[in-house]
Design a protein around this ligand. Structure first.
Ligand SMILES: *Cc1c(COP(=O)(O)O)cnc(C)c1O
Ligand SMILES: [Zn+2]
Length: 400
């Protein structure tokens, strides 16, 4: 249910912009990436912030989901919003593992409670809402797991067809979840990049709208709400460091975008958290590129990992991601499956939180960076647990 306060609010969406060549696009037409063949970059939604008097006090009393930031979200007509209450997830302190946290304040922003059990609900709610607004009948997606489930659910709710391309090696639960929601699941003998190739070929022929990570402008608009929430939940004083498990990278790019928008709105100052991108050791092109000082990431696919959300051989927006990490004075590091499993058990047994392997990777990464003193005493740290561990029982049960 959308409340009357939100119903009375309108989007400030102005246009879509290419960050590479500066081209502007009309957001009322269907568009995926910059049409300039030299960039083909992800497009970003820009809002008419100057001259508006949005203030953060107006948020009081709004509903506790991501649509509370209505003016800064791209859906034009409220009737097109496809929502199941995604977002405004809790920030939970790590309480008992004091030997590990020392004098840092460490919080887990827990995305487990979102519809379909992951933060993917945010981006997909936004993309499906915009697809509805633009008259799309069928949406399609290449996915390593959670995005497929989320798209299937939101498409069902919007009355759209859903086609999901998923690597054969993805655990069965993630495929069955899509089938429960009535989606067509195509299992591909390959990785998510192979899936993406097939989706885009088929979409052109069959008139589907593909919502691949950062190859359309709206999923990032849903995911950026994590940044707005962190600011609001920390009373507009951003934490010192944010850890994010990075696959395609929409989450990290979205959070940084939110901070820039909020500074323009006058809601926060110029201080930014250092962003830490955590990858799986089997699939860590970004970490390598970061360490080598490269502007782009190589394609690396080391095969199966228990953190299937991190099996992304190369992000479409690798350049933007590396820039965002560097601009924040952040860093990137890789964690292997055994370490993730150990971290997952440690958080479950000591904190009562059953995080996804992707979330567990952040805990391990935090401990490493603290031992290297990259994390300084007294700093406030947020780990974003992107998904519920319950979906991963099949991935980890042999090791319990
Ligand atoms: C998709 C996914 C990720 C990676 O997110 P990006 O925004 O694509 O980098 C991390 N964790 C989980 C649980 C996921 O489903
Ligand atoms: Zn361009």
């Amino acid at each position: 249910m959308i409340t009357t306060t939100i119903n009375a609010s309108k989007t400030l969406l102005k246009h879509l912009e290419c960050p590479e060549c500066g081209a502007l696009y009309d957001p009322s037409s269907l568009i995926s990436v910059c049409t300039n063949p030299a960039c083909q970059s992800t497009l970003f939604a820009r809002y008419d912030i100057a001259g508006n008097t949005l203030n953060k006090e107006m948020l009081a009393g709004r509903e506790a989901n991501m649509w509370r930031y209505r003016e800064m979200l791209p859906v034009i007509d409220n009737l097109n919003i496809v929502s199941m209450g995604e977002g405004f997830t809790p920030v939970i302190p790590v309480e008992n593992l004091k030997q590990a946290t020392g004098d840092n304040r460490v919080f887990i922003k827990n995305e487990s409670g979102n519809p379909t059990g992951s933060f993917k609900a945010r981006g997909i709610s936004m993309a499906v809402s915009k697809a509805k607004e633009l008259g799309i009948k069928t949406v399609a997606i290449p996915t390593a797991g959670n995005a497929g489930g989320a798209m299937s659910a939101y498409a069902a709710r919007a009355g759209m067809g859903a086609v999901v391309y998923m690597p054969k090696l993805t655990p069965r639960l993630f495929k069955d979840e899509c089938r429960v929601y009535g989606a067509e699941v195509v299992e591909v003998d390959g990785n998510i990049s192979d899936c993406a190739k097939l989706v885009h070929e088929q979409a052109a022929q069959k008139n589907w709208f593909p919502i691949s990570t950062l190859r359309e402008p709206y999923r990032v608009e849903g995911k950026k709400t994590m940044g707005y929430e962190i600011a609001e939940q920390f009373n507009w004083q951003l934490p010192d460091v944010i850890f994010f498990p990075t696959g395609g990278g929409t989450g990290l790019i979205g959070i940084c975008k939110a901070f820039d928008e909020m500074e323009q709105l006058g809601w926060i100052g110029s201080k930014r958290p250092r962003m830490v991108a955590v990858q799986s050791a089997s699939c860590c092109g970004l970490v390598k590129a970061f360490n080598n000082g490269s502007a782009n990431a190589e394609f690396i696919d080391g095969g199966y990992t228990i953190a299937n959300g991190l099996r992304v051989p190369k992000s479409y927006a690798d350049k933007q991601l590396l820039k965002a990490i560097r601009n924040s004075n952040g860093t990137a590091l890789a964690i292997n499956d055994a370490e993730m499993l150990a971290g997952l058990k440690e958080l479950a047994r000591n904190e009562g939180l059953f995080v996804s392997p992707e979330g567990a990777a952040l805990w391990q990464a935090f401990k490493k960076l603290k031992s290297e003193r990259w994390i300084k005493d007294g700093e406030t740290v947020v780990l974003i647990n992107t998904g519920s561990g319950y979906k991963y029982l099949e991935n980890i049960n042999a090791d319990l």
